[in-house]
Design a protein around this ligand. Sequence first.
Ligand code: SF4
Length: 507
Amino acid sequence: MAQLATIAPYTAYKPRPFTRDQRGKTTILYGGLTWKHERLMQGALHNLKYNAEPLPNIARDDLDAGKELIDTGACCPTIFTTGSLVNFLKKEVAAHGKDQVNDKFIYLTAGACGPCRFGQYHESYSMALDGLGLRDFRLFLLAQDELDQGPANGGGLEINMPMSLGLIWSILCGDLLVDLEYMTRPYEVNPGQTDAVLKDSVEYMYEVFLHRPDRGKKYGTLAWHLMSNYFTKALREVRKKWDAIEVDHLRVKAKVKVTGEFWLQTHEGDGNYNIKRWLEQEQSEVVPPPVAVWLHYLLHPEIRKLEHRNSKSKHPQMQQMALQALEKIYRGTYNRFRKALANLPNELPDQVELKQLAEPFYHFELRGGEGHMLIGKALHAYHHKKAHMICELSPYSCMPNTMSIGSMANVLGKYPDLLYAPIEVKGDAEVHALSRCQMILTEAKKRAQAEFEDVMKKTGLTVDAIRKYEARHPEVKRATYKVPHLGYAGMAANYITHLARCGVGNA
Ligand code: SF4
């Protein structure tokens, strides 16, 4: 009996209030995306007078810290992200003590529900806080499907339209910069120039978010975000910065589309063995996965539900029309931003097409992880020749991804020439993962080379003739010169075909 009395009953974690007067001396911690997205998000939060700081980028140590404190069956993104918070807090506690850390920081993270662990990340965080003796540390959840969630407990944090729109717009702009980065760096003539211009562009856009005008808390700010040319003007300035980068599009590179679980595919660092940088070192051009596709995907299940009349809404048709209009506005905004960057960043794929492509293999209502998108995106790249191969990042211990990959076996049975590298990421088996990827990459490189030789033969052009044309037309060597997609996966093959159509051979 005496022993029973010492066992504390389970109580669900509930954060202490974060009050308005604590804002000035409290820092919001956040993370989970790339440093580019996170810096722009910081601009949006600073604009609203919050102190905000992204957690340091995920490192290998975070895996060990996470494993120590949360349940052993957790998926690897949960372990990494929990470990990252744990390591940050441990350092702060060592420097300033628990009480100061509890008062000085709060952690803001996305919440969700559904069959995957994403809906329970906060449980892992609270388990880790218990393990650290930091039960008083405050965690707050940002729902993914509501722009105006009102004040969180205590009113210090207000998840309202200006905050949600600032964060979404910073994610969209972050995506566009990431696209520019990955399509430029493999072809840069002066090593390091892309990274330098990227850094400069991110800092410039940080200022743009920092000085975002105040247009009220409700529909005024929504209308302003949708109609103002504030961001397009800024992105045109970014384009001018990228004009300075000289590229060589004749380099033959395998184009690799990265897909997979949301966190793993977005991350750049030890959490996914730095696979995007590794692919670039292996003579590839990476097609990165924009977060914008995920946000777009989140809209669709609601539209489908309404199509099937499953909704509890009294006016399902009207609601469906409203959601479809919202989708158009969303894509329209993304396309306006792309246009300001010379239409260089990739278009968002059509969600209906992704669903139709995946339909014979995976039902769109099977939610969790990336759901049917994992299959739809692979087939989209295959049919539209957007990449030579797919590198799909699957987290260890992820139930939804295991289902999607199982279905991919069926897809590969039907499309045996689809180059697909499913990489299971545990965080501590780098050589195994990269060597698996390399096997498929070798074949992708052969395809890129064959495509190049085929185009040279068909057009009758020589490298010498192309170089002479480039010398007379230096604009084609700028990173902002748009090479149209002319039916080939590889940049070099499209570039040569385009130059042939421009009359290079006739000069
Ligand atoms: S999709 Fe998989 S890896 Fe990602 S949070 Fe859900 S369970 Fe974890």
